[in-house]
Design a protein around this ligand. Structure first.
Ligand SMILES: C[S@@+](CC[C@H](N)C(=O)[O-])C[C@H]1O[C@@H](n2cnc3c(N)ncnc32)[C@H](O)[C@@H]1O
Length: 234
C-alpha cells in the first residue's frame, strides 16, 4: 500500500524512511502544492494498480453500507488523482453525489479527467470546506493527507468536516502511523509528520466523533504502518 510512494519524485516507495523524531513543523502549503503538482501524473499511474488492494474495497464497501440510509454527498477532502471517488462510484454507490477537493491544481486536473461528470472536483484546502453547506454530507474521506498539517490544524479540520456532515454521517481517515517526520528520500525536503493511533483517536473524539473502528496495519514494503479510523457524527 502506498499512497505515499507517490510523494517521491522517483519511486519506489521503499525509498521512504523515518528520520529521528524531533520537533518539526510541517511545510507550508505552497511547498506541499508544488510537491504534488510535480508528482501528480506519476501518482495517478501508481494508483491505477494500488486502488485494487483489498484495503480500498473493504473500506469503501463498509462505508457504502454505513451510509445506505444517510442522504448527502461523499466528500473527499484531499482527493488527489480521484481514484478513491472513482472506485466508490463504480463499485459501491453509483447514485451518490461526490465532491473532491484538493490543494494541487495538477491533481485536480487528473481527478476531473478521471471522474468526468460523476463528481464535482474543486481546488481547495481540507482545513476549510468553505462553500460546503453544514449538514449536507453523508461522508468525509481523508486518505493520507493529514501528514501535511499539524495537530492543532487536524482537530480544527475534523471539526470542519463534522460541520458539513449530517446526523449519522461518517468519517473515514487514513494516515501514516508513528512519530516524527517522513523522509522523502532526498527527492523532496517537504516536512510531513506521522501520528500515533492514540493521537488520531483522541483528536477525532475531541471533534465529537464517535470512533467506531481504529486499526493500525503494516504497509507492504514500507518502514511505516498506517492508521485507519472510521467514525460517526451522532
Ligand atoms: C498522498 S496524496 C493522497 C491522495 C488521495 N487521498 C489518495 O489517497 O489517493 C495527498 C494529497 O493531499 C493533497 N493535500 C495536501 N495538503 C492538502 C490540503 N491542505 N488541502 C487539500 N488537499 C491537500 C495533495 O495535493 C495530494 O493530492
Amino acid at each position: 500500500m502506498v499512497r505515499f510512494a507517490l510523494d517521491t519524485a522517483t519511486p519506489p516507495c521503499h525509498s521512504f524512511s523515518v528520520i529521528p523524531s524531533v520537533v518539526m513543523k510541517v511545510s507550508p502549503e505552497t511547498k506541499v502544492r508544488e510537491l504534488y503538482d510535480k508528482s501528480a501524473d506519476r501518482y495517478a499511474e501508481m494508483m491505477d494498480s494500488e486502488i485494487d488492494l483489498p484495503v480500498y474495497s473493504d473500506t469503501l464497501g463498509r462505508l457504502a453500507e454505513r451510509i445506505a440510509d444517510v442522504s448527502g454527498t461523499v466528500v473527499d477532502t484531499s482527493c488527489g488523482s480521484g481514484h478513491m471517488l472513482t472506485r466508490y462510484h463504480e463499485h459501491h454507490d453509483p447514485k451518490r453525489l461526490l465532491l473532491g477537493i484538493d490543494l494541487s491544481p495538477r491533481m485536480v486536473a487528473c481527478a476531473r479527467s478521471r471522474l468526468a461528470s460523476s463528481a464535482t472536483i474543486r481546488m481547495g484546502d481540507m482545513r476549510d470546506l468553505g462553500s460546503v453547506e453544514s449538514g449536507s454530507s453523508a461522508a468525509i474521506l481523508s486518505f493520507f493527507a493529514i501528514h501535511h498539517i499539524d495537530s492543532r490544524e487536524i482537530v480544527a479540520a475534523l471539526r470542519e468536516w463534522r460541520r458539513v456532515l449530517g446526523s449519522g454521517g461518517q468519517i473515514v481517515l487514513a494516515a501514516w502511523e508513528g512519530t516524527g517526520p517522513i523522509d522523502y528520500g532526498g527527492e523532496s525536503d517537504v516536512v510531513a509528520l506521522r501520528y500515533r493511533k492514540e493521537e488520531v483517536t483522541t483528536w477525532a473524539r475531541e471533534a465529537n466523533f464517535v470512533v467506531d473502528r481504529c486499526v493500525v496495519d503494516p504497509v507492504e514494503g514500507m518502514p511505516m504502518k498506517a492508521v485507519y479510523l472510521e467514525g460517526t457524527k451522532e
